[in-house]
Design a protein around this ligand. Structure first.
Ligand SMILES: Cc1cc2nc3c(=O)[nH]c(=O)nc-3n(C[C@H](O)[C@H](O)[C@H](O)COP(=O)(O)OP(=O)(O)OC[C@H]3O[C@@H](n4cnc5c(N)ncnc54)[C@H](O)[C@@H]3O)c2cc1C
Length: 400
C-alpha cells in the first residue's frame, strides 16, 4: 500500500466528497440517493468497465421478492419493490421514462414437508411486516398450478406482488438519473488506496490520476475483497460463478410465477421460454466465466423435469455465466464503515444473490449513513462489520 510521500504528484489530483468504487446497480444507486438527499455533495463513481461486460448486474436473473426470513431483508424488499413500481417516472430524464420491464408475476417458494414449520415462521414474520403473502397446501398448489408435481412438497408461500424485471435497465436508470443530477462517472480503474492514520485519503487510478475524497464506498461487487485488500483488510466476500440459462419447453404450461424450490431450482417465464438455473455453493470460488456446457443437462434439467413433466422435452438455448458477490460468512450484505479502524471507508457488498432487488433500499441506506451518520429508513446495523469481528453471523433461515 503506497503512502502519501511515495505518491507525490505523479498524476493529476481530483477532488470529490464521496468516491464510489464500482458503478453497477449498487454504486449507481448510492450515487443517485446521495444527489437526491444533498444536491450539493460532489459524487464520483469510478467504473473500470463502462460497458459492464463482466459486471454481475446485467447477468442477474432479475427476481424481486419479499420472501425472506430476516426483517432487514424483508424491509429492504418492501422499500425496493415499491421503488421499482415508480422507477420509470422517478428515474425519467428529460421526460423520457426509464422502463425496467417490471413484471409482477408473483413469487412462489415451495418446500418439502420437513420445512413446513420454518416456512410458516417466515410467513408470520413477512405478514407482521405488512407483506401480502399466502400459504398454499399441496392440494391448493395443484389447483393453482395443475402442471406442477406436488407429491414431494409440504407447502408453499405465494407473494403475488413480487416478480422480476430487467437488471440492465435498473443499472442504466440509476446511472443516467444520477448523472443528470450531477454525479460524475469516471471510466477508470482503482489500482490502489492510500491512507493517513485512520482514514483513507485517496484512490490511485489506472490512468495515473489520484482522487481524494472525504468518504469512500466499496461497491465493487464480486471484486469487493480486492478493493479491501488494497488496504490490507480481509473480507469474506468471494466471487461465486452461477449460470443463468434460457430454455424453452415444447409442451405448454400454465402461466407461472418466479418459482424457487428448496432443491435450489429457481426460474421464471421469459418471452417464449424460461430463464433460471440451479446455483450451488459447492462451486469453487474464483473469477471464472467459463461455461460448463453440461451443467444444464446435469443439474438443471432433472430438477425441472421432476417439478414439471413438460420439461422432459426442453431445450437450453443459451447459458450466461455471472458472479455472485458471495459473503461466505453468513450470506448477507456487509454495509457500513469499520474495516479495521477506517471510519471513512464503507463497504456495500456481499449480497450473495440479492443485490439487484435490494439496490434501491441499500443505495438509500448508504446515502443516509454517509450524509447523516445513521440509518433513517431501515435499521441495517445488524448488517455491519461488527458481526464479523464478533463471530456472530446473521443468516437467513429456510431461504436460499
Ligand atoms: C446469474 C445471476 C443471477 C442473479 N439473480 C439475481 C436476482 O434474481 N435478483 C437479485 O436481486 N440479484 C441477483 N443476482 C445478484 C446481483 O446480480 C448482484 O447482487 C448485484 O448485481 C450486485 O451489484 P453490484 O453493483 O454490487 O455489482 P456489479 O454489477 O458487479 O458492479 C460492480 C462493478 O465494480 C466494478 N469494479 C470492480 N473492481 C473495480 C476497480 N478496481 N475499479 C473500478 N471499478 C471496479 C466492476 O467493473 C463492476 O461493474 C444474480 C447474480 C447472478 C450472477
Amino acid at each position: 500500500m503506497p503512502d502519501e510521500d511515495e505518491l507525490s504528484l505523479k498524476g493529476a489530483r481530483l477532488k470529490t466528497d464521496v468516491a464510489i468504487i464500482g458503478g453497477g446497480a449498487i454504486g449507481s444507486a448510492v450515487a443517485y440517493f446521495l444527489k437526491l438527499h444533498d444536491p450539493a455533495v460532489a459524487v464520483t463513481v469510478i467504473e473500470r468497465d463502462p460497458g459492464y461486460r463482466l459486471a454481475s448486474t446485467p447477468r442477474a436473473s432479475g427476481g424481486i421478492r419479499r420472501l425472506f426470513s430476516l426483517p432487514e431483508n424483508i424491509q429492504l424488499s418492501q422499500y425496493s419493490i415499491a421503488f421499482f413500481e415508480s422507477f420509470p417516472e422517478t428515474m425519467a430524464v428529460d421526460g423520457g421514462a426509464a422502463d425496467i420491464g417490471l413484471h409482477k408475476g408473483g413469487y412462489l417458494f415451495i418446500v418439502p414437508p420437513a420445512h413446513r414449520a420454518t416456512l410458516r415462521r417466515n410467513l408470520e414474520t413477512q405478514r407482521r411486516l405488512g407483506c401480502d403473502v399466502s400459504w398454499l397446501e399441496p392440494s391448493e398448489l395443484k389447483e393453482q398450478f395443475p402442471s406442477m408435481n406436488v407429491e414431494d412438497l409440504g407447502a408453499a408461500v405465494h407473494s403475488p406482488g413480487d416478480g422480476w424485471l430487467d437488471p440492465h435497465s435498473v443499472l442504466t436508470g440509476f446511472r443516467n438519473k444520477a448523472t443528470s443530477m450531477g454525479a460524475e462517472f469516471l471510466a477508470d480503474e482503482v489500482t490502489g488506496l492510500t491512507r493517513g492514520g485512520n482514514a483513507v485519503t485517496g484512490a490511485l487510478l489506472r490512468s495515473g490520476q489520484r482522487i481524494e475524497a472525504s468518504q469512500f464506498v466499496n461497491a465493487a461487487g464480486a471484486w469487493a475483497s480486492e478493493i479491501c485488500a488494497m488496504l490490507g483488510v480481509e473480507v469474506p466476500i468471494r466471487p461465486l460463478r452461477r449460470f443463468e440459462h434460457f430454455f424453452e419447453c415444447q409442451d405448454s404450461i400454465e402461466p407461472l410465477p418466479y418459482i424457487k424450490d428448496t432443491r435450489r431450482l429457481a426460474f421464471r417465464p421469459e418471452g417464449t421460454g424460461y430463464s433460471g438455473g440451479v446455483p450451488t455453493l459447492a462451486e469453487p470460488r474464483g473469477y471464472n466465466f467459463d461455461v460448463d456446457g453440461g451443467y444444464f443437462e446435469k443439474a438443471v434439467w432433472p430438477e425441472l423435469a421432476h417439478r414439471f413433466p413438460q420439461f422432459e422435452r426442453t431445450r437450453c438455448r443459451r447459458t450466461l455465466p455471472g458472479l455472485y458477490d458471495q459473503n461466505d460468512f453468513d450470506g448477507n450484505v456487509i454495509i457500513g464503515p469499520g474495516a479495521g479502524p477506517l471510519a471513512n471507508f464503507h463497504l456495500l457488498a456481499g449480497f450473495s444473490g440479492h443485490g439487484l432487488m435490494h439496490a434501491p433500499g441499500c443505495g438509500r441506506a448508504m446515502a443516509e449513513l454517509l450524509l447523516t451518520g445513521r440509518y433513517q429508513t431501515i435499521d441495517l446495523r445488524r448488517f455491519g462489520w461488527q458481526r464479523l469481528a464478533a463471530g456472530t453471523p446473521v443468516r437467513e433461515h429456510g431461504i436460499i
